[in-house]
Design a protein around this ligand. Structure first.
Ligand code: AMP
Length: 192
């Protein structure tokens, strides 16, 4: 069994690369952002709470987010065969919770794929995406807030996973297929 985290700033290509990774390794995809957007679209209570954070570019509180993740794992038997976590963890607290949750299930994280992209390029990409995605958080003001949150709360995870010996640093600019080839090579190397 194989569990991966795909990690990086908003706009670093986590969703795009996840699609390639799912096909290559047959993993179950959990994008916490997508789970939340689905709740918003269905107008659930959770969706209302999530929207109040997402539209401001803020993170959903840790305990709520961890409960949501556990629900997704519990309600999808396919997740037991290996998962790619996309957009989770986003704080050190979430990373520690993920470790515990996986340990309880008799498994662990194999590697963290860290997509590294300069802020300027991230902003360009997210503004472009906003024109097509219709996402409430892909506008300049919210993008800047999301990057701020990323640098203060999420990027410390890079050092956390380097310490754990799980971090695979990947240059996240260039063509999507080139980036995927780099990811595959890094995963193969890490499993030796
Ligand atoms: P994403 O689609 O991963 O860019 O996530 C969109 C938004 O959903 C984020 O800006 C957060 O507001 C929220 N979100 C997604 N995943 C998490 C998480 N692991 N912890 C807290 N908030 C999250």
């Amino acid at each position: 069994m194989f569990n991966l985290v795909i990690f990086g700033a908003p706009g670093s290509g986590k969703g795009t690369q996840s699609e390639f990774i799912i096909k290559e390794y047959g993993l179950f995809h959990i994008s916490t952002g997508e789970v939340l957007r689905d709740h918003i679209a269905r107008g659930t209570e959770l969706g209302k709470i999530a929207d109040s954070f997402i539209s401001k570019g803020q993170l959903i509180p840790d305990e709520l987010m961890i409960d949501i993740l556990c629900d997704v794992l519990d309600s999808n038997p396919a997740a037991a065969d290996g998962v790619i976590f996309d957009g989770f963890p986003r704080t050190i607290h979430q990373a520690k919770a993920l470790k515990e949750v996986l340990e309880k299930r008799g498994t662990q994280l194999n590697a963290v794929i860290g997509l590294e992209v300069e802020d300027e390029e991230l902003i360009d990409r997210l503004i472009k995406r906003g024109k097509e995605s219709g996402r409430s958080d892909d506008n300049l003001e919210t993008i800047q807030q999301r990057l701020k949150v990323y640098h203060s709360q999420t990027s410390p995870l890079r050092d956390y996973y380097i310490e754990e010996g799980k971090y695979l640093s990947i240059k996240g600019s260039g063509s999507v297929t080139e980036i995927f080839e780099t990811i595959k090579a890094a995963i193969a190397h890490s499993q030796r």
